[in-house]
Design a binder for this molecule. Structure first.
Ligand code: B16
Ligand code: MG
Length: 215
């Protein structure tokens, strides 16, 4: 019996995945890396800021010290955060608010489970803050997806056993994390073809039907 739904943030609830790509692209251009593409960006979904940086640096022969890498990650974050200034409730993906309200009406708990350290800022700007029973994000974790830590912390904050949780994810790392954590996984968007997911959907409007599979 499903007692909680844990939502990934970037690419599931909010369109910030595109802003992450643009910020990494700006950094790549500055490093004279010309072939950083959307295909590379798919591998950055769900993983930490530092792991995402490695995807960019794979494209150059230049070597960087740990200190330089931290500075590059910080530079990307500054570009990304400044692009968040225009973020508003119109950037919440279609169907998200309605589905969260539906879950509440059914007594099913909700949480955010995101790798992003910018989660509180994004929730505030999109007026999603306060809609969830719990928030677990990159500020709570020491290990990032595909490690299940972020989702296990969410489940613990909710007081729900992992086997009674469903995770909605757009990244392969996130699907892996949910399954390793003993949860059900619904894949959406970029993770649509992940064979480890229990169900795949094209858009959030299909979540109602997807949820009946676990009932
Ligand atoms: P930040 P999610 C993830 O968010 C993004 O998908 C991933 O691309 C990013 O590197 C990660 O957050 C860290 O984000 O740099 O803002 O701390 O998809 O888990 O909600
Ligand atoms: Mg995501």
């Amino acid at each position: 019996m499903i007692k909680a739904v844990i939502f990934d943030l970037d690419g599931v609830l909010v369109t910030t995945d595109e802003l992450h790509f643009e910020a990494w692209k700006t950094l790549a251009d500055k490093l004279d890396i010309k072939d950083f593409t959307k295909a590379d960006n798919v591998r950055q979904r769900g993983v930490s800021r530092m792991a995402s940086l490695e995807v960019v640096l794979e494209k150059t022969d230049r070597a960087f010290s740990e200190e330089e890498k931290l500075a590059l990650a910080e530079e990307k974050n500054e570009i990304y955060v400044s692009s968040l200034s225009a973020l508003s409730e119109t950037d919440v993906l279609s169907g998200a608010n309605e589905f969260i309200d539906y879950l509440k009406s059914k007594g099913i708990k909700t949480a955010v489970g995101s790798a992003s350290k910018n989660t509180p800022l994004i929730l505030e700007k999109t007026k999603l803050a306060g809609k969830f029973d719990a928030v677990s994000c990159g500020l709570d974790t020491t290990k990032s997806k595909p490690d299940p830590e972020v989702f296990l912390i969410a489940a613990k904050k909710l007081g729900v056993a992992p086997c009674d949780c469903v995770v909605v994810e757009d990244s392969d790392a996130g699907i892996e994390a949910a399954k390793t954590g003993g949860m059900y996984a619904i894949a959406v968007g970029a993770a649509e073809y992940n064979p480890k997911a229990d169900v795949a959907i094209k858009a959030l409007e299909s979540l109602y039907r997807a949820l009946t599979i676990f009932a």
